[in-house]
Design a protein around this ligand. Structure first.
Ligand code: HEM
Length: 483
């Protein structure tokens, strides 16, 4: 009896393994030969000794596919294919994904869909040759606010710069950290005036918390696994909605972007709660990256006294007591600019997502309508064939020695195509001012022993967050030499 059972078990095991192997050989070896126009599928088990999985599997860097939780998605790996995806905006778009995110955030399917349909009668479409959907109009409003011109100058010179100067004026011994987790947030104040933070002093703390849990929304985790995310989301949405309930004359300092987006959604009949939900995605894009870039810049600078001194000398002509010449920082500080670009190269490692509206050929492969495609920026920014050996090491003078690299198609910290980041001018100018103020006011010593590690496990759009607990402790000594 025992022998019979053992024999039966052996046969079952043999059949299972044989079926699995046959299926695997068919799916990953034979099938791709019959359908060479389809992207190869990444096998689940890949022998990879010292080489990375991708190098082993696809030295040609053609697009490939992967099946995750039953969904097949494509991955574009070469700079050319990533660019071709951006150029194919008629057939490959972010919109279906953005629409799903609005539903995940709490809008009904109809409300979310409304934002992605053209409304010819809307006042913003009157006399427009090419009417736009509300979601595209949001982006137009960002461009109006953020592209070089009077509105950007007002945002930067009227609010952000004075605020950075004030925040870096630490009363002796009073401040626990350069980058606060609580208290005032410079960009929130620039967009909403002082009122928002007076009403919700914990808003930046809530937002920092949101950054830790937002991946649960991106991955649409069920509510029983995402209670913390739902709580902080409700706090943030609630704060925006309550702010919008204030009469306009009680919030006179808000940026035109906020007023315009509210007007537009009210015209469509949205109430404060719905506007708050829509506004939140923009609140996230506006606030989510600059502080992280400032963090990584500070972390790198604090490790390298020679670099710190070089940048300090370069920015010195721009710094005076109580003011700063930010045009000088943008135009006459190539070492600072190179450091910012190199830090962006190392820290913008997220993958951008798109969906195929129509079947499209990318990199010689036919990508099917309805599927998603990921554009992993990390693959471009850490490509040894472009950046040389050790692409994961900071080389602060890289862009100074070779300024053309800033235009290389493998350098994409701001994304590309129609969705190129409209906040890039504001972000760069803010971090320039931050670094110049910090270095000119203080001698910096570092107290923590380890360099912070990026938290790649938490998908975050743009700059990578640092791991919880990996804060950088600095010792700041006033220099007192500014005139
Ligand atoms: C270090 C700072 C920043 C980095 C690295 C960054 C990076 C990016 C990237 C990679 C994208 C493309 C996303 C995609 O195509 O899927 C993007 C889009 C966007 N960014 Fe930024 N960003 C930064 C700061 C800002 C700021 C300060 C604002 C606003 C004040 C902003 C507003 C936006 C908006 C609205 C989009 C969407 C554009 C569109 O869909 O057309 N960003 N950003």
């Amino acid at each position: 009896m025992e022998a019979l059972l053992t024999g039966l078990l052996a046969r079952v095991a043999f059949t299972a393994i044989a079926s699995l192997l046959s299926w695997r050989v068919w799916r990953f070896t034979i099938r791709p030969r019959f359908y060479p126009q389809e992207p190869k599928e990444l096998p689940y088990w890949i022998p990879c000794k010292n080489r990375t999985t991708l190098e082993y599997f696809l030295p040609s860097r053609e697009p490939f596919s992967m099946t995750i939780a039953g969904e097949t998605i494509y991955i574009a790996t070469s700079a050319k294919d990533v660019n071709d995806v951006w150029s194919s905006s008629k057939t490959i778009s972010i919109n279906p994904i953005a629409e799903q995110m609005h539903v995940a955030a709490g809008l009904s399917k109809e409300q979310a869909n409304f934002l992605f349909q053209v409304h010819h009668e809307a006042s913003y479409n009157v006399n427009k040759v090419k009417p736009v959907i509300p979601n595209q109009y949001f982006i137009e409003l960002h461009h109006q606010q953020l592209h070089p011109g009077p509105e950007l100058e007002e945002l930067i010179k009227g609010s952000a710069v004075p605020s950075i100067i004030e925040h870096l004026n630490f009363p002796k011994g009073a401040h626990p950290a350069v980058i606060q987790k609580e208290g005032k947030a410079i960009i929130i104040e620039a967009y909403y005036g002082p009122k928002m933070l007076e009403m919700f002093p914990n808003l930046s703390k809530d937002f920092t918390e949101w950054e830790h849990v937002a991946w649960k929304l991106l991955f649409s985790l069920p509510s029983f696994l995402s209670g913390d995310m739902v709580t902080v989301k409700q706090n943030l949405f609630g704060s925006l909605a309550t702010y919008l309930r204030l009469p306009r004359n009680e919030r006179p300092d808000e940026a035109p972007f906020v007023t315009r987006i509210e007007d537009m959604l009210r015209e469509h009949g949205f109430d404060e709660d719905l506007i708050g939900t829509c506004l939140f995605f923009h609140f996230w894009a506006i606030n989510g990256n600059v502080y992280k870039l400032a963090f990584w810049l500070t972390a790198h600078l604090s490790q390298d006294p020679e670099l710190m001194q070089q940048i300090r000398e370069e920015v010195q002509p721009a710094t005076k007591i109580g003011s700063i010449d930010d045009t000088f920082l943008s135009e006459k500080c190539p070492a600072l600019s190179s450091l910012v670009d190199e830090t962006l190269r190392l820290t913008v490692t997220s993958s951008l997502a798109r969906q195929l509206l129509q079947t499209t050929v990318i990199g010689g492969k036919t990508l099917e309508k309805g599927r998603k495609i990921m554009l992993p920026i990390r693959g471009l920014h850490y490509d040894e064939s472009i950046w040389g050996a050790s692409p994961d090491t900071l080389h602060p003078k890289r862009f100074l020695e070779n300024p053309k690299m800033a235009k290389n198609t493998s350098f994409r910290p701001w994304g590309g195509g129609h969705t190129l980041c409209p906040g890039r001018f504001l972000a760069r100018r803010m971090v320039n001012v931050f670094v110049a103020e910090l270095l000119s006011k203080y001698e910096i010593g570092v107290e923590s022993n380890v360099f912070p590690r990026g938290d790649g496990a938490r998908p975050a759009p743009g700059v990578i967050p640092w791991r919880k607990g990996d804060d950088v402790l600095l010792r700041l000594t006033p220099r007192g030499v500014r005139t």
